[in-house]
Ligand binder design. Structure first.
Ligand code: MRU
Length: 379
């Protein structure tokens, strides 16, 4: 089963509940706008591209629910509520979903994309009957348009991840040639694998694809990869999800606490850092899971290339710099107790819990997208 899917009736979304992994592999179905909002907010579905895919399907499911079987036929033969009511409801659902997490641009991007598809369909219906007033496309036709767009978002993500993975593999082969090493260590932060996307992932994509196909150097020699996964405090996406995905695939992965990255780099065990992204500003600054910018600073100190891997849809040209990217702040419980099973800090302690940070473009060696490898200052 896929990690995010529309249900067979098209009126609900089925996801693997990432908040329970790796202990429990449980699929849940979400039908109401509130359930969908909560699933994003509590990271049952997470990772920027996966949130985008989920949002597309959530909108498709909610749009389908607007198609009422008992609805009257309009004068033009279309059934359902008037297009304006349908569009208004769709936009309200979209606003609710968008408000669940502000940093990943893919969420708003996917919501706006499916709304746009419905609007285009509405105007298409009007153009088909020129001269007739109040032509409605009808809820079914608009819901079909939303669903088609949601499927397209998902299908494109699969292709995109494959292309990112291939570009990342080529870069690893170049690093091997440059360093003269047939064994490379890659450090990654948070989780940017298949769970966070559709297939392969972004930052984990080149590693998983290399594991499947083999990675070869310029003389045809096999290049082996060893991954160091930062645990990623406080929600432990690295410990819980990255190691789970890589071990399942049979990749050599070593879990480290976030504060061990410096030592691992100093030991010479890391030749590249691969991280995903939630939003890239027009100047190349990149927002990703809290702790990513620290990894990039360390990498610069030790002369290790630091890469951001993500779809071009994560590049937000409307955000001039990283300072313009909204950073989500989360519940202090995540720091003081959530994954400890008990309170570990004094009750009532002041906490600051930003979910993301911004890596300065000067620290980023390159941004690996499905369109190729970009230098941050060339966006
Ligand atoms: O809070 P999360 O777990 O959704 O944060 C996820 C990340 O920071 C990922 O690195 C990013 O979304 C890219 S996923 C391909």
């Amino acid at each position: 089963m896929k990690n995010v899917e529309l249900n067979e009736h098209g009126n609900g979304v089925v996801i693997i509940d990432q908040s329970l992994l790796p202990g429990e592999e449980k699929y849940i179905e979400l039908k109401t706008p509130q359930e969908m909002y909560e699933a994003i907010k509590s990271l049952r579905v997470r990772g920027a591209p996966a949130i985008g895919i989920f949002a597309g399907y959530a909108m498709a499911a909610l749009a389908r629910q607007e198609v009422k079987p008992q609805s009257v036929k309009s004068c033009c033969g279309a059934s359902g509520s008037s297009d304006e009511v349908f569009m208004q409801n769709l936009m309200d659902y979209g606003e609710l979903l968008k408000s669940s997490r502000p940093t990943a641009v893919n969420l708003a991007w996917a919501v706006d994309r499916v709304i746009h598809a419905a609007r285009v369909e509405m105007f298409r219906a009007r153009k088909e009957k020129p001269g007739i007033m109040n032509v409605n496309a009808g809820a079914r036709r608009l819901a079909d348009a939303v669903q088609r767009e949601a499927f397209a978002i998902h299908e494109e993500d699969v292709e995109m991840c494959k292309n990112i993975s291939r570009c990342g593999m080529e870069e690893l082969a170049r690093i091997s040639a440059r360093t003269g090493r047939d064994s490379l260590g890659v450090l990654t932060h948070c989780n940017a694998g298949p769970l966070a996307t559709s297939e392969y992932g972004t930052a984990l994509g080149p590693i998983l694809m290399a594991n499947e196909e083999g990675l070869f150097g310029e003389n045809g020699q096999k290049i082996s990869l060893k991954v160091f996964a930062d645990e990623t405090r406080p929600l432990l996406q690295g410990a819980r999800l990255t190691t789970y995905e890589l071990m399942k695939a049979g990749v050599d992965v070593t879990l480290i606490c976030d504060n061990m990255a410096s030592l691992v780099m100093k030991n010479g065990w890391v030749q590249a850092c691969f991280a995903g992204c939630d939003r890239v500003a027009a100047n190349g600054d990149a927002a990703n899971k809290i702790g990513t910018s620290g990894v990039a600073i360390l990498a610069k100190h030790y002369g290790i290339p630091f890469y951001i891997l993500g779809p071009s849809s994560s590049i937000d040209v409307n955000c001039p710099t990283g300072a313009d990217i909204p950073i989500e702040e989360r519940n202090p419980d995540e720091i003081t107790s959530l994954h400890y099973g008990q309170q570990v800090a004094p009750e009532g302690v002041k906490c600051y819990n930003p979910a993301f940070d911004v890596t300065d473009h000067e620290l980023i060696t390159a941004i690996i997208t499905e369109k190729g490898i970009l230098k941050p200052d060339s966006l």
